[in-house]
Structures are given as C-alpha cells and as structure tokens.
Design a protein around this ligand. Structure first.
Ligand code: GLU
Length: 313
C-alpha cells in the first residue's frame, strides 16, 4: 500500500500495471458489431490518473486517443444535470441497475418505454432526445463540454466511427422507436441517434478522460480550472449512479472487484472515480462478454489494491 500523493511511487505502480497488461492480451475480443471499432488493433493498453490537485500520471498508451463510446453517456448526463430541472430528466428515465445487457430491448417493452437508467443504451438515447429538444447547437455544446472538461481544445468526433454506427444503427434505432411508440422519446429518431453516435465517437485519450472526470472525485469542482461542473449533491448522485449502473449488467461484479464508481465503453475504456482523491482511466480494446475491457478491469483491480484505496471500507 502506498500514499497516492507520492508521485514517484504512483508512477512506478502505473508503469508496473502497464507492463503486466500484455499478459491479458489474449483474452476477450474487440467490439465488432461496429465495423469501425473492429479495425482497432486489439492489443493496446493505456492508463492515466488525474488527482484532485490536477496532477496527471500516465503509462503505456495513456496519451493515445480511442473511441470513448459509452463513457460519453456520462458527458451527456452532466449536460442535462447542469441545464435542466430534475423532473425533466428523472420522470423519463430511471435510476436503477438494469441487470440486462447494455443494448437489451426486453426490459424496455415490459417497462413501457421507460429505460432503467441513463447508462444503458436506451437510457442514453433518451437523455440525448432530451438534449436535442432543449439545447441549441447541441453537437457543438457536447464537443465543447468534452474539450472544456478535459482542458484539451483538440478533442473531436471521429466522423468515421459516427458514420459506421449510423450505418449499423438497427438495434439502437429499435430501442428509440420503441420508446417513441410509448410516447417517451419525442424527437426525430435519426436526429437523436446522430447526436448519440457522435458522443460515442468522441476520440479521447486516457489522459483526457481522467482529466475530464476528475471533478467527480472533487465534489463537482474541476481541479483543472476550479470551475463548478456540478453542485455537490448532484455530483454525489452521479457517483452513486456510476457505482450502481456504470458497468452494464456487470456493475455488481465491478463494485465487488474494484469498489469504485465507474463507466465503461465498448471502445475498451473504463473510467473510475476515487472520491476525494483521483479519477482513473484505463483503455484496452478486448472486451469480455458484458462489453467491458478485460485488461482494463484487471489493471484497475491491481491498481486499487496497490494504492490501498477503498472508499467502501
Ligand atoms: N455506441 C455503442 C452502442 O450504441 C455504445 C455502447 C457501449 O459503449 O456500451 O452500441
């Protein structure tokens, strides 16, 4: 166990975790249901930490951009929580773990078009619908939010990934149309999906993502520029939602193994929050059957054990 404030020991631990990662490179497979993601070389690994003072540490390909995919669902929700009333959001989407695959349609039919939470695909599409209907120039707002949070003006959408997702939209479109049939989703399905896919196609590195989400470890205040991203009670609510719903139907196992609020994406990224201390982002493209990065999960387990961080006791 070491003090997370000891920069040399922290860097050594990250280097060790990155050196261990290749031992898991044979396990899992890249998301191939989005063709542009299937082209990503499967055996990369990156990791980065941003502490609540804004110090950044990284190892491996921590500076290499990847497709953040579902991690963007958190950025969308932050925009909604910043700008809209609670009732505008939480009357249309729930706050319970789904226990179902991230792209499942089964529960949505049983529960009459109201998605369980904003981090499964149906819930994220619904949040996107709310944003499209309420916020002007929302593509621009979304990209600016990512840039401002990460302190990196070069962050952009990967247009090829967004197009590839649109070309293979059938399942997400079916979720959207089912919610529309129940009167929950209100906008034009293709417009809503276009924004949703652009968010998923944001290209960010582990360093970007760790910096962007460091506010969650810091009671809602960005350690990069001191700006208030979310009021403290909303920040706590978002961390609670990440702990219970952030890793699809493996959220319980992630809480068991890592014990931190987190969000994964099928691009192989996982962001995890150590409240009061730091945010961590890992990336490695091969996924387990739940859609979570195999080497990323292993790295997070090793890291939290090495750091001795245990906010749940
Ligand atoms: N763009 C992906 C999809 O809609 C995101 C899924 C994910 O990262 O979990 O299927």
């Amino acid at each position: 166990m070491l003090s997370p404030l000891d920069p040399i020991a922290l860097q050594r631990l990250l280097d060790q975790v990155a050196a261990d990662a290749p031992s898991h490179f044979g396990e899992g497979k890249v998301a191939d249901y989005i063709p542009a993601l299937a082209e990503v070389p499967p055996d990369g690994f990156g990791i980065a930490i941003c502490d609540v003072q804004g110090n950044v540490y990284s190892a491996g390909d921590g500076g290499k951009a990847f497709s953040i995919q579902s991690i963007s669902k958190v950025i969308n929700l932050v925009i909604a929580m910043q700008r809209l009333e609670e009732d505008d959001i939480w009357t249309r989407v729930g706050r319970e773990p789904s226990g179902q695959a991230f792209n499942s349609i089964v529960q949505l039919e049983v529960e009459k078009g109201v998605p369980r939470n904003p981090f499964i695909n149906a819930g994220a599409v619904l949040i996107t619908d709310i944003l499209v209907s309420r916020i002007m120039s929302i593509h621009w707002v979304l990209r600016e939010q990512a840039r401002r949070l990460a302190g990196n003006p070069d962050i952009n959408f990967d247009a090829r990934v967004a197009r590839s997702e649109m070309d293979h939209k059938a399942r997400n479109a079916s979720l959207a149309y089912l919610m529309k049939a129940y009167g929950n989703l209100q906008g034009n399905v293709d417009e809503v999906l276009d924004l949703y896919f652009h968010g998923c196609a944001l290209a960010m590195s582990c360093v970007d993502v760790a910096r962007a989400f460091a506010f969650l470890a810091n009671r809602g205040v960005s350690p990069l520029d001191g700006s208030v991203v979310l009021a403290p009670h909303k920040n706590r609510q978002l961390n609670a939602l990440l702990l219970t719903c952030g890793l699809y139907d493996a959220a319980g196992d992630f809480a068991w193994r890592v014990g931190l609020p987190g969000k994964s994406g099928v691009g192989g990224g996982i962001v995890a929050i150590v409240p009061g201390q730091m945010s961590i982002c890992v990336w490695s493209p091969r996924l387990d059957t739940y859609g979570n990065s195999v080497a990323g999960l292993r790295a997070l387990e090793t890291l939290v054990n090495g750091l001795g961080v245990a906010p749940l006791g």
